[in-house]
Design a protein around this ligand. Sequence first.
Ligand code: ADP
Ligand code: X2W
Length: 243
Amino acid sequence: MKQTIVIKIGGNASTQLPQTFFAQLEKWWLQGKRILIVHGGGPQISQWSQKLNLNVQKIDGIRVTDPATLDVTKAVLLGLVQPKLCQSIADAGLPVVGLNAADNKLLQGEYLDHDKYGEVGKITQINKEWLHQQLRDEIGILAPLAQTKDGQWLNVNADLAAAKIAIELEAESLVLLTDVPGVLNSGKLVPLLSESVADQLYQKNIIKSGMMPKIKASFTALKNGVSQTFITNDLGRPGTQFQ
Ligand SMILES: Nc1ncnc2c1ncn2[C@@H]1O[C@H](COP(=O)(O)OP(=O)(O)O)[C@@H](O)[C@H]1O
Ligand SMILES: CC(=O)N[C@@H](CCC(=O)OP(=O)(O)O)C(=O)O
């Protein structure tokens, strides 16, 4: 569906959305684009885990998730982050619907590597027809959680979830909205990034932590039919575009 735009909003970015974000969203909506927002909430999950004396550990940007942390993840994403985002988009006068994995088996998944990450998964199947229908009338706000065929919930990194969903929806673009202007090298924005240069930046430890799943997500989407992928902190600016 070439009229679809998938925007991933990181947990930090979701707390400081500028007016330009809502203006661009409205512009795309009025142009007839279908818009799906996949939201993160990593910093909020870490904060609540700490309050509850749970261990916070990430490996290359992926949270190690034990059953108690999975409960916190669900509660924070579906109880705090998502309603707040829905509220701010509704306040901007745009139609919005909050969505999660359990809505008509929207996101099915399987474990990534149970021994390494615990209750963490990757998305394997999407209820596309139903999702397309929802996006005809409303902007969708979707949490990065999936369910196995047996109904077990899985925590999914939001960048990787957004890429998989963008591919499945045949989106025209994927925008990863975060708290930095794009990929930085010695403090300078890299406007265009190829996979070989990204590998070099990774080898030099310039691309690390939370940027790693974003790079993987961007190239995966690009190689699988999404025409354009960006990492930015402003919907009005392309930040880093992938090539
Ligand atoms: N080369 C890089 N350029 C920019 N940011 C980087 C880079 N390498 C690591 N990062 C880190 O990645 C962070 C963004 O990832 P993350 O904190 O997971 O954000 P989000 O919550 O938006 O997913 C940046 O704030 C920065 O600390
Ligand atoms: C498995 C995994 O890492 N899940 C992520 C889901 C939220 C997320 O990705 O949020 P940000 O985009 O704000 O980082 C987590 O628990 O932090």
